[in-house]
Design a protein around this ligand. Structure first.
Ligand code: ADP
Ligand code: ZN
Ligand code: ZN
Length: 804
């Protein structure tokens, strides 16, 4: 008897064991199982989900001890060889558990409950009698029924011979619907004609004659009944005469809500042409090459992406286009759909579980060739990639903050090596490390210095809010901004008002004792939400009703402060009662599809002002926007983060880029209390290189990236002493095991020192070259898993933290 052993990575919450386990494959599953399939296996007292990462015919586990696989969940592997290799690489380069690396590549529907359905594709007569039985009355059969009847091997054969089709139908709202259809077969002609000639039932004859006109076509039963004007009973009677039969069609729920008009490639400008040529050459040579396309806002980067993708499609290959936030996807998706139609899939967190699965399936089955999506779309299961693009490559949303803590840029480059295809990193304001790599020649730098339509960049004014205060203006709007808004309202032009950072929102403060109402679980003040009259914690979700008296001193002089978007909206209405404002922030976009609705309304001119946070800073391309107002440029400058200046510069440049993109010239007003800070001053000219030089000087001075690498170790515990103690142990241990030149900073309390009732301490590893790092971190992790977890310690390791 041949022994077949599967190596399985199991999904267990207690990660004491991050290695494959051997399981025996029972005879009935042996023809079915493949590397990359999901399985159910016994682990401890219960069955858990697992992934087959290898198959072999020997094992070290003693014969009596080895357990059999309980169930194979897939008939075709859901993970390709590439993905399995990628998971190994992720595990080693982000220090994560392999199960996390495997799971992150799949849509959540494949991690959750599912049901497998077999769909019949051929005429029943051609099937073996056993199987025919199952399909007697239906067109789809649950896999479990075959399993129970020991018919799985036979079924597998039929699948290989393409006699039946297998599919997962996830029993979750919003998934691929199997819709009942009626197919009128070609062969039906003779029968139909004969019956039509003889039958005396008028309605049936009517239907048969109609069917003769539609041989080979498929309709829903409702369509037929309506068209012919008959009842479903008549239809049923005819179907029973075998003129037509029921079939099952997959219907993907379409996440696109509106039709698009098709567009053609534009005639490229000279600059665009140079960029496209360089990329095309790399595609022809089939080499993995990373391009950094630095182009000012409106320089036509997207048009270059579109034309590069067109070339990829002409070669029969596929492309991934990443955008940083879902707020950007509606406009971007529309541009892509206009160019490539049905070949485009979208993937982002705004889709339902079922929709995400549908889009994933379309990619897996080769029904689409382009995916536009947020970070996780980098794992799109294409098998013949020709190009990967990261638009706005500097955005921090490309870094995942949970395990696996990967950066989409690194994954993109890994996949490009696998497929020997180019990667494009595009931005007006590249991440410092990307620009540094381009200067070193690691990436190939391509620049677009002019706007595609030769429009001037917007004129940027800095409004000094200190002067405003001296003039007695205590409102959140400078005189200059008020005037600019007034003019736009008069001229019926549109505006974007930008409030830097969502965290910068209203809090509740007692005017007598100065108490700010805090989250009971976190070291963070609660945010006031006017619409619900509630205080919310943006970190843990805690909420409470707004207190009427101060919880500290019982004073009733308690009120909200700060300038949240809601407050700004009220202020605008006070100043300009006639203005029409659309607000876009966490509150107004909580509902599915809300981004799209708001942007569409704005695009149609239903509002004068689009007011919002981060999510409106990038990507928007509306011709009628002539004014951008930044209410408080400084907020992001004062974050405890070495990237604060870089982030501020990027944000200001991006948001300014929304103005004057078409024929009307744009104006930007940036309000600031520190107008002479270089990040604000240089954003005025939107000149990237002077900023880069200035910032790099400081980074070198203070030994920060990109001159040094940093790794962040965070340790949390419910007890403050325990957290501090173990953070200290980690620091000592690292000191002892890493080289002398490597600096261990800390332990220090994290900037949010308590979150969800856990105290947070951290230490930072700063190094230039540390060949042992991965090895040392893995040993630290092993120690943590074996000993520290028992003490209730939680530890995370981030090799490239986006904030420290
Ligand atoms: P970016 O992505 O660099 O911000 P876009 O690709 O959005 O720039 O281009 C800005 C505007 O210029 C868009 O409205 C786009 O349609 C237009 N555009 C881009 N390239 C061309 C071109 N070669 N000819 C005419 N219009 C162009
Ligand atoms: Zn008080
Ligand atoms: Zn909280």
């Amino acid at each position: 008897m041949s022994l077949l052993i599967a190596e399985v990575i199991v999904d267990v919450a207690t990660y004491h064991v991050d290695r494959p386990f051997d399981y025996q494959v029972p005879i009935e599953w042996q023809t079915v199982i493949e590397t990359g399939c999901r399985v159910k296996v016994p682990f401890g007292p219960r069955n858990v989900l697992g992934f087959v990462v290898g198959l072999k015919d020997t094992t070290d586990v003693p014969a009596g001890k080895i357990k059999p696989i309980a169930e194979v969940l897939d008939m075709e592997p859901v993970l390709t060889k590439e993905m399995l290799a990628m998971a190994k690489w992720l595990k080693n380069n982000t220090i994560c558990y392999e199960i996390d690396a495997l799971q992150v590549m799949l849509p959540s529907a494949l991690r959750a409950k599912y049901e497998k359905i077999v769909v019949l594709q051929v005429e029943k007569e051609h099937l073996p009698v056993d199987v025919q039985g199952f399909f007697q009355k239906r067109q789809q059969v649950n896999m479990k029924e075959f399993e129970r009847a020991d018919l799985l091997p036979l079924l597998k054969q039929l699948i290989v011979q393409k006699m039946v089709k297998i599919d997962h139908v996830v029993k979750q709202q919003g998934n691929v619907k199997a819709v009942r259809m009626v197919k009128i077969t070609q062969e039906a002609q003779v029968i139909a004609q004969a019956i039509a000639d003889t039958t005396r039932a008028v309605k049936q004859r009517l239907l048969l004659e109609w069917m003769l006109q539609h041989l080979g076509e498929i309709f829903t039963p409702q369509q037929i009944c309506e068209e012919v004007g008959i009842s479903s009973a008549v239809l049923q009677a005819v179907i029973e005469k075998e003129v037509a039969h029921y079939t099952q069609e997959e219907v993907y729920r379409d996440p696109f809500t509106k039709d698009v008009t098709r567009t053609q490639s534009l005639q490229l400008t000279a600059e665009q042409h140079v960029v496209l040529k360089a990329i095309s050459e790399a595609m022809e040579e089939q080499v993995a090459k990373t391009f950094l396309v630095q182009g000012v806002t409106g320089s036509g980067k997207t048009e270059v992406y579109l034309q590069a993708i067109q070339k990829v499609l002409n070669e029969g290959k596929q492309a991934i286009m990443l955008v940083p936030e879902i707020a950007l996807t509606p406009q971007m998706t529309e541009r892509f759909r206009s160019r490539f139609g049905e070949l485009v899939a979208v993937m982002h967190s705004g889709l339902s579980v079922g929709e995400k699965y549908d889009e994933w399936r379309k990619i897996q089955q080769g029904k689409v060739s382009v995916v536009v999506g947020a970070r996780s779309a980098i794992f799109a299961p294409f098998t013949n990639l020709g190009l990967i693009i990261l638009d706005e490559e500097h955005e921090s949303t490309y870094k995942q903050e949970d395990s696996p803590r990967y950066h989409a840029r690194d994954v993109a480059i890994w996949r490009s090596v696998y497929y020997q295809c180019p990667v494009i990193l595009g931005s007006a304001t590249p991440a410092l490390e990307s620009f540094a790599r381009a200067k070193k020649g690691v990436y190939t730098l391509l620049t677009l210095k002019q706007r595609a339509l030769q429009q001037a960049l917007p004129t940027v004014f800095i409004a000094d809010m200190r002067e405003e205060l001296q003039k007695g203006n205590r409102s959140m709007f400078s005189q200059q901004l008020v005037e600019a808004i007034r003019i736009r309202l008069m001229k019926q032009e549109q505006m974007v008002l930008f409030l830097n950072r969502r965290g910068y929102s209203s809090f509740v403060l007692c005017r007598d004792c100065g108490t700010v109402v805090q989250c009971p679980n976190c070291d963070i003040s609660l945010t006031y939400h006017r619409t619900t009259e509630k205080l919310k914690c943006h970190y843990c979700g805690y909420e409470e009703r707004v207190p009427q008296i101060c919880p500290q001193c019982q004073s009733d002089h308690i009120r909200y402060f700060g300038t949240g978007t809601q407050k700004v909206e009220e202020e605008i209405y006070k100043l300009f009662p006639e203005a029409r404002v659309l607000r876009m922030d966490v509150d107004t976009t909580a509902q599915k599809g809300a981004h799209e609705t708001i942007l569409q309304a704005f695009g149609e001119g239903q509002a004068d002002i689009l007011l919002g946070t981060q999510m409106i800073a990038k990507g928007l391309d509306f011709p009628n926007i002539t004014l951008v107002g930044v209410l408080s440029a400084d907020t992001s400058l004062h974050l405890p983060d070495y990237r604060a200046a870089e982030r501020t510069f990027q944000l200001l440049t991006q948001v300014s880029g929304r103005a004057g993109r078409h024929d009307k010239p744009g104006e930007v007003i940036v309000q600031s209390y520190t107008p002479d800070h270089y990040a604000i001053e240089l954003a005025k000219t939107q000149d990237y290189e002077p900023f880069y030089e200035r910032e790099m000087f400081l980074r070198r001075r203070f030994s920060y990236p990109p001159y040094y690498f940093v790794t962040l170790i965070q340790i949390t515990h419910e007890d403050v002493m325990m957290a501090a103690e173990y953070a200290g142990r980690a620091a000592d241990w690292l000191q002892a095991n890493l080289s002398q030149q490597t600096a261990i900073i800390g332990p220090t309390a994290a900037s949010i020192s308590r979150l969800q009732n856990r105290y947070r301490y951290q230490c930072l590893i700063k190094y230039k070259i540390e060949p042992n790092l991965i090895n040392v971190l893995q040993r630290l992790l092993a120690m943590y898993r074996a000993e520290w977890t028992k003490q209730g310690i939680l530890m995370t390791i981030d090799l490239d933290p986006s904030t420290i």
